[in-house]
Design a protein around this ligand. Structure first.
Ligand SMILES: *Cc1c(COP(=O)(O)O)cnc(C)c1O
Ligand code: SF4
Length: 347
């Protein structure tokens, strides 16, 4: 880990200003991530280096997704009927300044033996839970034996069909991914890994090797990307990222609109920006490389897809489309279909 003092010295920054921000929202940076920074203010820098504007966010909420209120047991978020989000780690290899859980950096809820038991008991008692999503913090920051004991306990619960792990370790700390780790994970299949890549600069020989090891262990890999102002809010950048991920056998899953977390407002883009980007990428890059653009609604209402409009008009007997090149095209409707279609598309 790189200390804030080392970082400040390396780049000749004003210690007072940076320490003030880091007192409120702590700094954390892995050696590998430091190596990705090329110059001050570049897309990696913006993601991980404290910025004084974090202290001047007028609209941010401490817990934008109401995760604490939706936790029947501390650290276990049960928002959707058949799956839970379990925050099993408080550590990350680097702190993303736009993190939706930055409230927890200064007041982490440590996973005690008792909280592990309570979480497992809750999942055991709720047979509707088919899918457990491990997150944090970053679950791959846990020591192998602890991570393995969690997976083993979950696999011992009959109704848990799928285990998912959300992690930025392959991006920030790729040397943590070893054949032993990949082999261990693969003993608890189906285990899905959802990675978090935000910029093509994060695709390196090291992160590529980590992905290869995981994919070779038969672990399906997905990635989520947070749409970040001044970092990746351009179609060329995201197109290159998604295409690059696909070549690593990583399937882009979600492109996420910024949550309203306190201290992150400067990263927020207009929703229209995301829609324009996915509209311009659609059909130009492989459909396999296209994530769903989603807004995670404030208050814990869940993720909703935002789909750009390719429809110009709906009449009694045809829908008029504009294709990705802007050309008009008509698709004939069946008799009586048009009303229901209009209702479903709400326009
Ligand atoms: C995102 C999320 C999930 C998983 O949602 P999917 O759309 O199935 O990937 C589950 N629980 C919570 C609380 C979440 O935020
Ligand atoms: S790795 Fe994930 S949990 Fe950790 S700081 Fe970044 S966004 Fe937040």
């Amino acid at each position: 880990m790189i200390s804030l003092e080392t970082f400040i010295r390396k780049w000749g920054l004003d210690p007072v200003e940076y320490c003030r921000v880091a007192d409120r929202f702590p700094f954390r940076l892995s050696r590998h991530c430091m190596g990705l920074i090329r110059s001050p203010g570049d897309p990696v820098w913006r993601q991980v280096v404290p910025d004084p504007v974090e202290l001047r966010d007028p609209v941010g909420l401490t817990d934008p997704l109401a995760e604490e209120a939706l936790s029947p047991v501390p650290n276990l978020v049960h928002r959707y009927p058949n799956r839970v989000l379990w925050l099993v780690s408080t550590q990350c290899a680097a702190h993303c300044r736009f993190c939706t859980r930055k409230r927890r950096w200064t007041s982490p809820v440590e996973m005690t033996e008792r909280l592990f038991r309570e979480g497992l008991d809750y999942i055991r008692r709720h047979s509707e839970v088919k899918d457990v999503l491990l997150s944090g913090g970053d679950p791959l920051m846990l020591p192998d034996p602890l991570l393995e004991s969690i997976l083993k306990e979950l696999r011992g619960i009959r109704h848990v069909e799928v285990i998912r792990i959300g992690t930025r370790v392959p991006v920030f700390f790729p040397e943590r991914v070893t054949p032993e780790l990949a082999g261990m994970l693969s003993r608890y299949h189906p285990v899905f890994l959802n990675l978090h890549f935000n910029h093509p600069l994060e695709i390196t020989p090291e992160s590529g090797a980590a992905c290869r090891m995981l994919a070779d262990a038969g672990i399906p890999l997905g990635s989520q990307t947070v749409l970040l102002k001044g970092v990746n809010d351009r179609a060329e950048v995201l197109g290159e990222l998604f295409q690059g991920l696909l070549a690593l056998r990583v399937r882009p899953y979600y492109l996420m609109q910024m949550d309203l977390a306190l201290g992150t407002g400067h990263f927020r883009t207009p929703i229209a920006t995301g829609l324009e980007i996915v509209k311009s990428l659609r059909n130009r890059i492989s459909g396999l490389a296209m994530p769903h653009f989603v807004v995670d609604l404030p208050g814990g209402h869940g993720k909703v897809p935002m789909v750009p409009n390719f429809i110009e008009n709906i009449s009694e007997d045809v829908v008029v489309f504009r294709d990705y090149l802007g050309n008009r095209c008509e698709y004939p409707l069946l008799a009586g279909e048009h009303e229901e279609l209009g209702r479903l598309l709400k326009r």
